[in-house]
Write a protein that binds this ligand. Structure first.
Ligand code: ZN
Length: 674
């Protein structure tokens, strides 16, 4: 469910690749994907291929939707912490007005801090949730604030200094530690003056557990105490964040005039209605209309969506992504889903465990046009919404992949040294450069559209029979299905690949990752715990051991370093097929013991020497743990009467200029909005 966040660990899996899409082939040479590098962050830029091939009406629609997206920026900053906007003002003002040595250590540290808070939309790290520790001194900041013009000197400066510098004040944005009062100990601004117990009692008294279509309680509210009573402050026109939301509503109204069809116009109208009333029932109506619209080329999310920022998981952070369908790549998922039956009938599992008829899940591939709110600059690579379970069950969900974002990750990772350090030879490295992007995409499509949907349980078998090992084995089943078919001539016949050896790129990377490189995500001394990682090690380690008699996979030592060598790709495919048969049997029969043995034998334990070697070798590469993106710039073209007739796109804006411009242009809230 929800958003697939793409952070560094997953990146290493994709690591090095090449482009497959036309648009990038044309531009790859002169497009600079790398924008900035600081602290643990790398900022990239992405292309919006085919924007030029949309109609002017679609481009104008996108323009207004992107404006509506960026206009919610301050809401997220304020949700993330009540002093965030004031601190942003303070640091930006010092940064812009500083007339000392801009190469000095203190100023450089201030610049890094500014880049960090702009990346995190606040003073806490976007992923770890820990408060940033500035590397400049309090004295340096105080001195330079005193030089600011009077109207830029905050009244509560002392308080802001304490919040910035005292490590004991607001240390964590979201605290999930067992036993603590999660609301009192979390620094976000979603609650004020209330305890966790008070909030829980407040909502428990309102929730009707027999309601089959419950609203998403608390999604758009701040909870406070007024006159001793717990109460909600809804985000809406006339309510909290009214200044921002009114402007968003205005821009959505303009977008609506350029909607592609009546259905889309009705969706925008429902969203405006929600923002105007704050009524969560209306938000559900909007979500249903949105999920059922599969005809419009342009699509967007805009609202209070994901609740990771709330320790109780209720309030949604402002977020918006505007996008349009990537027709070529979506063709790929349609072809795969359209042939679902063929794949099921030919899968290497006992026919008793196959489905009689299988319907592929159709997932579309999209091109992101803007990332905003909680998706900016750190962004998901996939979206699966809406979040309300009953809507998903009754009306389905939209599952999309942001391929221009994954492509930018891939392009930017060229030359990061990963290949040179970990891949055994030039030939394999070249093959990965050429085919890893397309085969990884196909792997994802086969895994998502067919793998999880294939197979069946024997009558009477409990779907939860595999218990704690269920998700590892389920991911293994879907991965094995994808791996097995990646090497099938059927993919060439369907026109999805053009080289019978292409799959080897994906096979090599899978084994390398499963046996070695994913270990860099694990702390020394720890086991593999996360289900996807267990699944990858299970498959790679099982294939390594079962292939030993034929020397299918070798671990080669060179200059004290370990390398993976695959001697027989054909036999490796057979092994994947055999393991798929066995994992499907385990699932279909609910054979808990066999499943547990597979996981415990192959998926959990780590060789400490190899683990240390991977960590040491990884540390020599300067690969940022976290990545994010700057947006392109959209500029309206107007006629002599000032009417917008079209929109152009440019990619030249850098990171700091962009966030500083956003702070000015999309400023909607006062530094202390309450
Ligand atoms: Zn999966």
């Amino acid at each position: 469910m929800s958003l697939t966040k793409f952070i560094f660990p997953a990146m290493a899996a994709l690591a090095i690749t090449s482009c497959a899409s036309k648009a990038t082939d044309e531009k790859a040479g002169d497009f600079d994907y790398t924008v900035d590098r600081f602290a643990d962050i790398e900022v990239l830029r992405y292309q919006v291929p085919d924007f030029e091939n949309l109609t002017p009406q679609q481009r104008i629609l996108i323009y207004y939707l992107t404006e509506a997206a960026l206009t919610g920026r301050d809401i997220l900053w304020d949700q993330n912490g009540k002093y965030n906007l004031a601190i942003r003002d303070l640091i930006e003002n010092v940064y812009k007005n500083y007339d000392g040595d801009r190469d000095s250590k203190e100023f450089k540290a201030l610049e890094t801090y500014l880049k960090q808070i702009e990346f995190a939309n606040g003073i806490h790290h976007h992923y770890s949730m820990d408060k940033f520790i500035p590397a400049f001194s309090r004295e340096f900041l105080v001195e330079n604030v005193s030089k600011l013009p009077a109207d830029k000197q905050p009244e509560n400066a002392e308080m802001l200094y304490t919040v910035i510098f005292d490590p004991n004040v607001m240390p964590k944005r979201v605290n999930q530690a067992e036993g603590a009062d999660l609301i009192l100990t979390s620094a976000n601004n979603l609650y004020e003056g209330v305890t966790q117990a008070e909030v829980e009692n407040f909502y428990n008294a309102r929730k009707d557990t027999t309601d089959a279509t419950p609203i998403s309680w608390g999604l758009n509210t701040r909870v406070v105490k007024e006159n001793g009573k717990v109460t909600e402050q809804p985000y809406k026109v006339g309510g909290l964040y009214s200044e921002s939301i009114s402007r968003i509503v205005d821009l959505l109204g303009k977008a609506s005039q350029y909607a592609e069809n009546d259905k889309q116009r009705a969706i925008i109208a429902k969203l405006i209605d929600f923002y105007t009333t704050g009524d969560l029932k209306t938000f559900d109506d909007y979500s249903i209309a949105w999920v059922e619209d599969t005809d419009s080329r342009v699509d967007f999310i805009n609202g209070f969506i994901e609740s990771y920022g709330d320790p109780l998981g209720m309030t949604g952070a402002f977020e918006s992504i505007v996008n349009f369908k990537n027709e070529d790549a979506s063709h790929r998922t349609e072809v795969i889903s359209g042939n679902a039956d063929w794949f099921e009938k030919h899968s290497p599992v006992d026919p008793r465990f196959r489905k009689d008829e299988v319907k592929g899940v159709s997932a579309k591939v999209i091109t992101a046009a803007i990332l905003a709110g909680d998706s900016y600059p750190a962004t998901p690579i996939g979206i699966n919404l809406p979040n309300a379970n009953w809507i998903r069950a009754a009306h389905g969900s939209k599952s999309v992949t942001l391929e221009n974002i994954t492509q930018a990750y891939d392009e930017a990772s060229h030359g990061n040294g990963f290949n040179e350090e970990f891949v055994i030879d030039q030939e394999t490295s070249d093959l990965m450069d050429k085919y890893l992007f397309i085969t990884d995409n196909l792997h994802t499509d086969l895994h998502e559209c067919l793998g999880h949907a294939s197979g069946r349980l024997l009558p009477g078998v409990d779907p939860d029979a595999l218990k704690a090992h269920g998700s590892t084995l389920e991911e293994a089943r879907a991965d094995l299905f994808a791996l097995y078919y990646l090497a099938d001539p059927k993919l060439l016949e369907l026109g999805l690949l053009d080289n019978p050896d292409a799959y080897k790129a994906s096979y090599y990377k899978y084994i390398l990752n499963g046996l070695m490189t994913q270990l860099m995500r694990i702390e020394p001394g720890k086991d593999v715990e996360e289900a996807h990682m267990r699944n990858r090690q299970l498959i790679a380690a099982w294939a390594y051991e079962k292939g030993k008699p034929d020397n299918v996979i070798e671990m080669v030592k060179r200059d004290g370093k370990t390398f993976i060598k695959i001697n027989d790709y054909g036999k490796l495919r057979d092994l994947f097929g055999q393991l798929l048969g066995e994992v499907q049997r385990i699932k279909s029969e609910g054979d808990y013991e066999a499943g547990r043995d597979l996981v415990e034998t192959y998926a959990v334990k780590v060789d400490p020497a190899l683990h240390k070697e991977v960590l040491d070798r990884y540390a020599t590469l300067d690969i940022a743990p976290y990545k994010g993106f700057v947006n392109p710039v959209y500029t309206p073209v107007t006629d002599k009467d000032g009417n917008i007739t079209d929109v152009t796109i440019t990619y030249s804006e850098d990171y700091l200029p962009q966030v500083l411009r956003y702070s000015e242009q999309y400023r909607t809230l006062p530094a202390n909005s309450k």
